[in-house]
Design a protein around this ligand. Structure first.
Ligand code: ATP
Length: 521
């Protein structure tokens, strides 16, 4: 059995071989942490984006979508706090000259301790079988308790250091935990420094400080500055949401792990504007919008069918300057549980800050209360590229078949597959290719199709499995006589003879977004 690291490497090479993801400007040896989506990747990414958009905008009467520009007035980023506070703490190892995020070093150290605890629990579970009481074991086992105290102690010191913005204390934790550089193996660390993650450029012909503009580090601000435009032109009533997908840019210090952490990436964000006080649960038990969106988004992720056990919530240790509650939805990536989406209760921080910096009122008149206020905001923010990676990681399978051969397949949910139907003439002659093209002409108005007549039919099936095509249709001599074809299913590899007239319905049923969206109800 290959380990997770090997599987991850195989996924990366598979992505390249089949046109999902290429390194950016590869002929010039690439650009660090920047990637291009190829012919298959662009389709899969588009389908993931569409699924999010439909679930958010099409399925909600009170959510609308916009597409704001990447360039924004520079004061936007002063108001949002990004110019002053969008920093990561970085630390260098003096021997390897490698740079790390100090917070990530500490978090990974704690994760290692937690893995040790989990191993003890798993061992005991196996030993005791059905009678195993996990809670009791965690509360009483000496080794587990010792490690838990250690992990809690580190996290509490870390939280304290972050809250006080005390970089020396952050460094001290790294020293005390005896964290070593994975490259040099030494503990020879520099000071911890803050590093701003925004890319800047200049607008217009003259380069002066006043012309500096930033590439947006998040899409959210494009929504905030348009809050009143959308509310008024769309006659939106609170609570309502504005959704947006688009590129964001961050000069990440450590950009590894393929498309998990990129310098140019795509976000799908929704800002939900609510009456102040309704964002958190009420004392009388009404669910606040923060918890509502936490659950709704988790349900959406789980609807993809990658296994509920692969998702978990993680509350933020330190709240960002704008938040009164925040958590991540983490996913079990091949390199461990990591953030996939953030849910943040952003209070009225952003709209108030834009009011102050622009001198324009950004308020809503609530007819029920007969008063105006600056709405509170609950944000959901998911990285499209991370979602893509999660999808690849859980769909990629290497199977041993009965005949001893290996099949590599992408078991993608059918509605996400880049190509839905491959039409394959058994031979390149006797009118079979023409018949195959007739079928494509029938289906292509509704579905992404492909035609392939090269190599043996077995090889052609394998190629389609490798890109996740749910259906292959084979056209043979019998097709010319009785208008039937062989329909092959990717997952079971089973084949059945069906009439060409029946194809559209069979395929429509399996590949439409409708079923997935209906589950979200
Ligand atoms: P991290 O802690 O991993 O740096 P973050 O907390 O800074 O992420 P947010 O600012 O909450 O991330 O952004 C929302 C989402 O955008 C994240 O959940 C993630 O899916 C995505 N995202 C953020 N930074 C990147 C990046 N560099 N590359 C790819 N996706 C990213």
């Amino acid at each position: 059995m290959a380990n997770q690291e090997d599987i991850f490497k195989n996924i990366i090479s598979h992505s390249k071989e089949y046109g999902f993801i290429f390194q950016s400007s590869e002929i010039y040896d690439g650009l660090s942490a920047v990637y291009d989506y190829g012919q298959m990747g662009a389709e899969l990414k588009k389908n993931l984006r569409d699924y999010w958009w439909k679930a958010m905008v099409q399925m909600h009467e009170n959510i609308v979508g916009i597409d704001a520009a990447i360039f924004m007035h520079p004061t936007t980023w002063k108001a949002s706090g990004h110019v002053d506070a969008f920093n990561d703490p970085l630390i260098d190892n003096k021997d390897s000259k490698k740079r790390y995020r100090a917070d990530v070093l500490i978090e990974e150290h704690v994760a290692k301790i937690e893995t040790k605890i989990q191993k003890e629990v798993d061992k005991a579970k196996e030993r005791f079988g059905d009678s195993f009481d996990e809670a009791q074991f965690r509360a009483t086992n000496a080794r587990v308790l010792e490690n838990q105290t250690k992990a809690d102690g580190i996290l509490s010191k870390f939280k304290d250091a972050l809250e006080k913005n005390d970089l020396e204390a952050v460094r001290q934790i790294i020293i005390d935990c005896e964290i070593v550089c994975p490259i040099s193996g030494t503990k020879n660390w520099t000071e911890v420094r803050q590093f701003n993650l925004m890319f800047s450029t200049s607008m217009g012909a003259v380069t002066e400080d006043s012309n500096i503009i930033y590439l947006r580090p998040e899409t959210a601000q494009g929504i905030f500055v348009n809050f009143l435009n959308v509310q008024k032109s769309g006659r939106m009533k609170i609570p309502f949401g504005i959704a947006q997908t688009g590129k964001a840019f961050r000069n990440e210090i450590v950009a590894r792990q393929f498309i998990f952490r990129m310098r140019e990436f795509e976000q799908m964000e929704m800002q939900f504007f609510v009456r102040p006080g309704t964002e958190m649960d009420s004392p009388t038990g009404e669910v606040g919008w923060y918890n509502y969106w936490k659950e709704t988004r988790m349900k959406w992720h789980r609807s993809l069918g990658f296994g509920d056990e692969n998702y978990r919530y993680h509350d933020h240790l330190k709240l960002a300057h704008y938040a009164n509650a925040a958590c991540d939805i983490e996913f079990s990536f091949p390199f461990g549980f990591k953030e996939l989406e953030g849910i943040h209760s952003r209070t009225d921080f952003d709209l108030k800050a834009h009011e102050q910096h622009s001198g324009k009122k950004l308020q809503y008149f609530d007819p029920e209360l007969n008063q105006s206020y600056v709405p509170y905001v609950v944000e959901t923010s998911v990285g499209l590229d991370r979602l893509f990676l999660a999808t690849l990681a859980k769909s990629y399978v290497e199977e041993k078949l009965e005949d001893g051969s290996t099949r590599v397949a992408l078991n993608l949910p059918a509605f996400l597959a880049p190509i839905k139907v491959a039409v394959l003439p058994l031979l390149k002659k006797d009118g079979l290719p023409e018949k195959a093209r007739e079928i494509i002409n029938l289906l292509k108005f509704d579905h992404a199709t492909t035609f392939d007549e090269k190599d043996t039919i077995g090889k052609r099936y394998r190629r389609q499995d490798a890109i996740g095509t749910p259906f292959c249709i084979t056209v043979d001599h019998q097709s010319l006589e009785d208008n039937t074809v062989t329909l092959r299913y990717r997952d079971t590899m089973q084949q059945e003879r069906v009439s060409i007239d029946a194809l559209a319905k069979i395929i429509d049923d399996k590949v439409s977004f409708k079923k997935a969206l209906q589950q979200l109800k």
